[in-house]
Design a protein around this ligand. Structure first.
Ligand code: ATP
Ligand code: MG
Length: 560
């Protein structure tokens, strides 16, 4: 990954295509740019949204413009204030602040008036066909669609019917308002697209005021135009919608916002569609939207990912015009790199093996000074109690070591991190032959990384004092899905068929006492074990830690 860390220095990159467009517009007399981030409040934001946020807010910031937060709340059935609040929280967590907070529903009256205007101009009509009939008469890419029998209604009749649709005279699905464009248009989006449907449903903001709701394609561009958005960025799948976006703006002769499309972020071993994420939550496959295995921003935040690490990742991925699949390892790398600079080091043993230092005085407690973060000289040191009985990691001992095993084995020496050199003198086993204790002796002259008397001690292992240790529940997460490209499933399979049954493993860890004061959300490097974050499920007596990310990419090694 060294190439990435070199190329990863941000700001020195060539302009991406959006920056080129914006710089060109500014050079040609545009005074300032304005963007918007338009989430639908029907779920929690995910890693993909972080890319959109970093583009929408990031470009506005870079070019001294404004970015609005606009909730695209035109679908009352699936939307909720719970989502509105979490979305705002997530954007702030990423470090962005919006110029204005708007809701497409704030524009319902204006959108209605403009629809009336289009009817007056003979460019929209009320259609009595069912959804099914409309679908069947749209034609295909090669076959033109058929005109609706209601397409030639008079302006007066359309005005009357549309007003009565609004007044609630008709049941759901009995009528729609359609733009009158061209049923034979090569772009199917322009074959008399729907503008309004009847939906007797309460809206989380407008309550029961409306029983007709505008469709995305009609509401989106017009909302952009009302706010005077100059550059309306969205993902590639909307490129076929652009002619329609332009059509409404042109026919209404309103502020000419423009839409630009960039590639969605897709990650290996991950699904990001809100519909699927909702399913994982509703079916109890994960513990909630903020389950640390979820790709939601609340999930990865709880897991301990840093906002900066995520932003660095998004920056590295860049802005492209073609869809691609990004290696989850790159995200983990970016998070690791950021945490390496910031996280305090601590010692914790996740799979304990007891060590008794037979020549160390019983009852004695010594404080060794441990470095808090070698990457940050200002972070200082902390005392760690050292005693006769310690836990070390079971994997740091091997009874019959292979060559080049530098950790503990019978008769061999190892250095305890920040402490003494110890030698393994005796291996104690239980009735089943399982190693339960190591009897060791220490070299009193070798304290704190001091003299080793000319011996070469290559192995350094972490440890905790048994008497002082704080037990904690440690949640070891792994990727939620086993398939690399979740966008490309085999015939007859669904995304849940690829769930990783071992995505969560819970163990008891033994932590050094300094971790007792950690607060939920605090992230540490447990030396040699990875980055860990204190979870909100912690209580005063039983702390819980999430493994944020390992120190190295264990999967990359497996596939080597
Ligand atoms: P999903 O398909 O995951 O349900 P969505 O597109 O319906 O998401 P919105 O709330 O409508 O979600 O999205 C808000 C903005 O975020 C849109 O501009 C959308 O294009 C962008 N966005 C959504 N998913 C991604 C992604 N994976 N990568 C980049 N941008 C995304
Ligand atoms: Mg959407």
């Amino acid at each position: 990954m060294s190439d990435i860390s070199e190329a990863g220095t941000i700001n020195e990159k060539p302009l991406n295509f959006l920056e080129e467009i914006i710089e060109n517009d500014l050079a040609n007399g545009m005074e300032a740019i304005q963007t918007r981030f338009p989430p639908e409040p029907n779920g929690y934001l995910h890693i993909g949204h972080a890319k959109a946020i970093s583009i929408d807010f990031g470009l506005a910031k870079k070019y001294g413009g404004k970015c609005n937060l606009r909730f695209d709340d035109t679908n009352p059935v699936k939307e909720d204030v719970e989502y509105v609040d979490s979305i705002k929280d997530d954007i702030r967590w990423l470090g962005f602040e919006w110029a204005g907070e708007y809701y497409a529903s704030d524009y319902f009256e204006q959108l209605y008036d403009w629809a009336v205007e289009l009817i007056r101009q003979g460019k929209a009509y009320v259609d009595d066909q069912s959804q099914e009939e409309i679908r069947l008469t749209r034609g295909t890419v090669t076959v033109p669609g058929k005109n609706s029998p209601w397409r030639e209604r008079s302006v007066e009749e359309n005005l009357d019917l549309f007003a009565r649709m609004r007044a609630g005279e008709f049941p759901d699905g009995s009528k729609v308002l359609r733009a009158k464009i061209d049923m034979a248009h090569p772009n199917m989006m322009l074959r008399d697209p729907l503008m309004y449907r009847i939906l007797h449903a309460s809206h989380h903001r407008t309550g029961d005021k409306w029983c007709i709701y505008p469709m995305y394609d009609y509401a989106h561009g017009e909302s952009d135009s009302i706010e005077k958005v100059t550059h309306s960025m969205c993902t590639l799948e909307f490129d076929i919608h652009r002619p329609l976006y332009d059509w409404f703006i042109r026919e209404l002769a309103i502020y000419p916002s423009h839409q630009y499309e960039f590639a969605r972020l897709n990650l290996t071993y991950t699904v990001m569609s809100k519909r699927k994420l909702l399913q994982l939550v509703q079916e109890g496959i994960v513990s909630g939207w903020d389950d640390p295995r979820m790709p939601t921003l609340v999930g990865i935040r709880r897991r301990g990912y840093s906002a900066q690490g995520l932003l660095n990742f998004v920056e590295r991925v860049g802005v492209a015009k073609r869809d691609n699949l990004i290696d989850l390892g790159l995200l983990e790398y970016s998070v690791r790199e950021d945490l390496n600079k910031k996280a305090l080091r601590r010692m914790a043993v996740l799979d304990p093996l007891k060590v008794v230092i037979t020549n160390y005085p019983e009852g004695a407690v010594e404080e060794v000074q441990a470095v808090n973060n070698p990457e940050d000289p200002t972070s200082g040191t902390r005392p760690v109690p050292f005693t006769r009985e310690l836990y070390i990691e079971r994997s740091d001992f091997m009874e019959e070591p292979p060559k080049k095993y530098f950790r503990l084995s019978p008769g061999k020496e190892v250095r305890l991190r920040y402490g003494y050199i110890i030698r393994c003198d005796e291996v104690i086993k239980d009735a089943e032959g399982q190693v339960v204790e190591l009897r060791c002796s220490y070299d009193a002259e070798s304290a704190h990384g001091g003299s080793s008397d000319g011996r070469k001690i290559k192995g350094i292992i972490h440890w905790v004092s048994v008497q002082h240790t704080v037990p904690a529940e440690i949640r070891l997460f792994d990727r939620l899905f086993l398939k690399e490209d979740m966008g490309n499933m085999e015939e007859g399979k669904e995304f849940k068929d690829y769930l990783n049954p071992d995505s969560l493993r819970v163990v008891t860890g033994y932590m050094e006492p300094a971790l007792q004061n950690a607060l939920p959300g605090d992230t540490f490097q447990f030396e040699r074990m990875g980055y860990f974050t204190k979870d909100k499920d912690s209580t005063a007596d039983s702390p819980v830690f999430n493994r944020t990310v390992t120190l190295k990419d264990s999967w990359a090694k497996l596939s080597e």
